[in-house]
Design a protein around this ligand. Structure first.
Ligand code: DQA
Length: 144
Protein backbone atom coordinates (compact mmCIF):
# COMPACT_ATOMS: atom_id res chain seq x y z
CA UNK A 1 0.00 0.00 0.00
CA UNK A 2 1.40 3.33 -1.07
CA UNK A 3 1.05 6.38 1.15
CA UNK A 4 2.09 10.00 0.83
CA UNK A 5 3.57 11.97 3.73
CA UNK A 6 3.44 15.74 3.31
CA UNK A 7 5.32 18.10 5.61
CA UNK A 8 4.59 21.81 5.49
CA UNK A 9 6.60 25.00 5.91
CA UNK A 10 9.74 25.29 8.03
CA UNK A 11 9.88 21.60 8.86
CA UNK A 12 12.96 21.10 6.65
CA UNK A 13 14.82 23.29 9.16
CA UNK A 14 13.65 21.27 12.15
CA UNK A 15 16.96 21.29 14.02
CA UNK A 16 17.11 25.09 13.83
CA UNK A 17 13.72 25.56 15.48
CA UNK A 18 12.97 25.78 19.23
CA UNK A 19 14.49 22.54 20.55
CA UNK A 20 12.35 22.76 23.70
CA UNK A 21 9.34 22.25 21.44
CA UNK A 22 10.65 20.26 18.50
CA UNK A 23 13.59 18.34 19.98
CA UNK A 24 16.97 17.98 18.33
CA UNK A 25 16.30 15.70 15.36
CA UNK A 26 17.21 17.02 11.94
CA UNK A 27 14.72 16.84 9.08
CA UNK A 28 16.69 14.06 7.32
CA UNK A 29 16.59 12.09 10.59
CA UNK A 30 12.82 12.58 10.82
CA UNK A 31 12.43 11.43 7.21
CA UNK A 32 14.54 8.31 7.86
CA UNK A 33 12.45 7.53 10.95
CA UNK A 34 9.17 7.86 9.03
CA UNK A 35 10.52 5.80 6.14
CA UNK A 36 11.72 2.95 8.41
CA UNK A 37 8.46 2.97 10.40
CA UNK A 38 6.42 2.86 7.19
CA UNK A 39 8.41 0.02 5.62
CA UNK A 40 8.19 -1.99 8.87
CA UNK A 41 4.40 -1.72 8.62
CA UNK A 42 4.24 -2.78 5.01
CA UNK A 43 3.79 0.66 3.45
CA UNK A 44 5.64 2.14 0.52
CA UNK A 45 5.92 5.79 1.36
CA UNK A 46 6.88 8.96 -0.38
CA UNK A 47 7.80 11.86 1.87
CA UNK A 48 7.63 15.42 0.54
CA UNK A 49 8.18 18.81 2.15
CA UNK A 50 7.21 22.23 0.88
CA UNK A 51 7.14 25.78 2.15
CA UNK A 52 4.54 26.83 -0.40
CA UNK A 53 0.78 26.50 -0.32
CA UNK A 54 0.40 25.98 -4.08
CA UNK A 55 2.81 23.06 -4.18
CA UNK A 56 1.07 21.33 -1.27
CA UNK A 57 -2.33 21.85 -2.91
CA UNK A 58 -1.00 20.23 -6.10
CA UNK A 59 0.22 17.21 -4.11
CA UNK A 60 -3.17 16.87 -2.40
CA UNK A 61 -4.90 16.93 -5.82
CA UNK A 62 -2.49 14.23 -7.01
CA UNK A 63 -3.23 12.07 -3.93
CA UNK A 64 -6.98 12.56 -4.42
CA UNK A 65 -6.77 11.42 -8.05
CA UNK A 66 -4.65 8.37 -7.15
CA UNK A 67 -6.73 7.50 -4.02
CA UNK A 68 -3.54 7.61 -1.95
CA UNK A 69 -3.81 7.84 1.87
CA UNK A 70 -2.05 10.91 3.25
CA UNK A 71 -0.23 11.65 6.49
CA UNK A 72 -0.04 15.42 6.65
CA UNK A 73 1.76 17.87 8.92
CA UNK A 74 0.49 21.18 7.53
CA UNK A 75 2.73 23.11 9.99
CA UNK A 76 1.65 26.79 10.21
CA UNK A 77 -0.83 26.32 7.33
CA UNK A 78 -2.84 24.24 9.82
CA UNK A 79 -4.07 27.39 11.45
CA UNK A 80 -5.26 29.47 8.51
CA UNK A 81 -5.08 27.92 5.05
CA UNK A 82 -8.63 27.49 3.79
CA UNK A 83 -7.19 26.67 0.35
CA UNK A 84 -5.34 23.69 1.79
CA UNK A 85 -8.42 22.66 3.76
CA UNK A 86 -10.53 22.73 0.58
CA UNK A 87 -7.95 20.57 -1.22
CA UNK A 88 -7.76 18.16 1.75
CA UNK A 89 -11.54 17.87 1.74
CA UNK A 90 -11.38 16.41 -1.78
CA UNK A 91 -9.12 13.51 -0.74
CA UNK A 92 -10.51 10.08 -1.55
CA UNK A 93 -8.59 7.99 1.01
CA UNK A 94 -7.88 8.54 4.73
CA UNK A 95 -6.10 11.72 5.83
CA UNK A 96 -4.24 11.72 9.14
CA UNK A 97 -3.20 15.15 10.40
CA UNK A 98 -0.05 15.04 12.52
CA UNK A 99 1.93 17.50 14.60
CA UNK A 100 5.23 17.01 16.39
CA UNK A 101 4.20 19.37 19.18
CA UNK A 102 0.82 19.73 20.85
CA UNK A 103 -0.55 22.96 19.34
CA UNK A 104 -3.29 23.07 22.00
CA UNK A 105 -0.68 23.62 24.71
CA UNK A 106 0.97 26.48 22.80
CA UNK A 107 0.00 30.01 21.68
CA UNK A 108 -3.68 30.69 21.16
CA UNK A 109 -3.38 31.10 17.38
CA UNK A 110 -2.30 27.44 17.23
CA UNK A 111 -5.48 26.26 18.96
CA UNK A 112 -7.41 26.42 15.69
CA UNK A 113 -6.87 23.81 13.01
CA UNK A 114 -8.76 24.43 9.79
CA UNK A 115 -7.60 20.96 8.67
CA UNK A 116 -8.92 18.80 11.54
CA UNK A 117 -12.51 19.10 10.36
CA UNK A 118 -11.69 17.36 7.08
CA UNK A 119 -9.14 14.87 8.47
CA UNK A 120 -9.96 11.30 9.38
CA UNK A 121 -8.14 11.95 12.65
CA UNK A 122 -5.41 14.05 14.26
CA UNK A 123 -2.33 12.98 16.25
CA UNK A 124 -0.28 15.63 18.02
CA UNK A 125 2.29 16.07 20.73
CA UNK A 126 4.39 12.91 20.48
CA UNK A 127 7.36 14.24 18.51
CA UNK A 128 8.43 11.92 15.65
CA UNK A 129 6.24 9.21 17.21
CA UNK A 130 3.20 11.20 16.03
CA UNK A 131 4.04 9.91 12.54
CA UNK A 132 4.47 6.35 13.82
CA UNK A 133 1.05 6.52 15.53
CA UNK A 134 -0.41 7.89 12.29
CA UNK A 135 1.02 4.90 10.39
CA UNK A 136 -0.54 2.56 12.94
CA UNK A 137 -3.87 4.33 12.62
CA UNK A 138 -3.67 3.98 8.84
CA UNK A 139 -2.82 0.30 9.18
CA UNK A 140 -5.97 -0.19 11.23
CA UNK A 141 -8.09 1.76 8.73
CA UNK A 142 -6.75 -0.20 5.78
CA UNK A 143 -7.61 -3.55 7.42
CA UNK A 144 -11.29 -2.54 7.66
C1 DQA B 1 3.57 21.94 13.90
C2 DQA B 1 2.78 22.89 14.81
C3 DQA B 1 2.44 24.17 14.10
O1 DQA B 1 1.74 25.04 14.97
C4 DQA B 1 3.71 24.89 13.65
O2 DQA B 1 3.39 26.04 12.91
C5 DQA B 1 4.64 24.01 12.92
C6 DQA B 1 4.81 22.62 13.32
C7 DQA B 1 4.06 20.69 14.65
O3 DQA B 1 4.43 19.72 13.98
O4 DQA B 1 4.07 20.66 15.88
O5 DQA B 1 5.37 24.47 12.02
O6 DQA B 1 2.72 21.52 12.85
Amino acid sequence: MKILVINGPNLARLDLRDSGIYGNATYPELVAFIEQSAVARGFTCEIRQSDTEAEIIGWLHEAADARTPVIFNPAAFTHYSYAIRDAAQMLTAPLIEVHLSNPMSREEFRHTSVISGVATGTIAGFGPNSYLLALEALQGLMKK
